[in-house]
Design a protein around this ligand. Sequence first.
Ligand SMILES: NC(=O)c1ccc[n+]([C@@H]2O[C@H](COP(=O)([O-])OP(=O)(O)OC[C@H]3O[C@@H](n4cnc5c(N)ncnc54)[C@H](OP(=O)(O)O)[C@@H]3O)[C@@H](O)[C@H]2O)c1
Length: 318
Amino acid sequence: MKAIVCTKYGPPEVLQLQEVEKPTPKDKQLLVRVYATAVNSADWRLRAAIPSVVRLFFGLTKPRQPILGGAFAGIVEQIGKAVDQFKPGDKVFGMTGMSVGTYAEYVCVFQDGCVAVMPQNIDYAASASVPFGATTALHFLKKVKLVRGEKLLVYGASGAVGSAAVQFARHIDSEVTAVCNSANLPWVQELGAERVIDYHREDFTKNDAKYDVVFETVNKLPYAHCKKLLKRGGRLILGSAGFADMLKGVWGSASSSSQILTGVAQETQEDVRFVRELIEQGAYVPIIDKTYLLPEMAEAHRYVQQGHKKGNVVVYID
Ligand SMILES: NC(=O)c1ccc[n+]([C@@H]2O[C@H](COP(=O)([O-])OP(=O)(O)OC[C@H]3O[C@@H](n4cnc5c(N)ncnc54)[C@H](OP(=O)(O)O)[C@@H]3O)[C@@H](O)[C@H]2O)c1
C-alpha cells in the first residue's frame, strides 16, 4: 500500500511517499481503507519532536511507528474474527490517537476505539477533518461541565480546537465570546459566537467582562491574563499549556477558587458518535481550510506548522 513514512524526526521533507506492507487486522480490529486523513497541529509536533518530550512517548531517536497521522475517514474492508460492532462496507471515521498510522491507504483500528459510522450527510474529507478538534474540545468542555447560559470565552477560535469549542458551546446554549483575527471573524460568528473580538485590534483583557469558563486553545494568551478574565470560581482550560503553565495551573487550582485544567485530551468513541449526531442534525459544521493529495503531505505539514490555518487541513488518499 502507499503510505507517508517518517523514518527520522525533522523538517517536513522527512515525510516520504513509499510502498509498504498492508496491515492485517487483529481479532478485535477493523481494516479501514482510508480515503481521507487530516494534518493536525499535533502531527507536525510529532514529526519534528517538538517539544522534546515527544521522544519519550514516540521513540527516542526516531518515531517507533513511522507512519504518522491520527485522523481518518474511510470504509471497512475487512474485520477481525471477534468484531461484532462493524461490518465490511461500513463507512467510518475517527482517531487512532497515540497509535497514529493514518497517512496510509490502510489502517487497523480497534472496534472499541475512537471510531464510529460516518455522518450520512458529509463526505470522507469532511469526516476526516472533524475528530481531532471535536474530541479535544469535548474532552475539556465536559471536564469543566460547561452548562447552558454560562459565559465562555474561546481564545484561538479559528483553529481546529477553537472552532469546535464554539460549536459545542452554542449547541448547549452557552454564551460564547470568540477571539480570533479580523479575517476570521465572520465565519467564526456564523458558527454561533454571540460576540467576536479581533485580538489584533482590541485588548479585551483590559475590559471588565468576566467569564464562567475561559478556553485558551493556542497557548498565546499569558496565564495571568486568562485568570483575570475569570469570574470568581470560574474554570480555565489551558488546552495547549507548556510545562510552566501546567505547574501554575496546579498551584492556581490549589490556591484560589478557580479550577485550572490542563493535560492531554482522551479521544473516545462516545465523542465521535456524539459529533456525528450533531453533524447529521446540522448542528455542527466541518471547517476545511485547505486540501492536499497524499504525495503533497510535506507541503500540508509546512502549512499547518505556520499556525494560522482556519479550522482543518485534509489530505485525500485515493
Ligand atoms: N491538550 C491536548 O490534548 C491537545 C489536543 C489537541 C491540540 N492541542 C494543542 O492545542 C493547540 C491548538 O490546536 P489547534 O489544532 O486548534 O491549532 P491550529 O488549528 O493550528 O490553530 C491555528 C489557529 O490559531 C490561531 N492563532 C494563532 N495565533 C493566535 C493568537 N495569538 N491569538 C489568537 N489566535 C491565534 C490562528 O489564527 P491567526 O490567523 O489569527 O493566527 C489559527 O486559526 C495546539 O498547540 C495543539 O498542540 C492540545
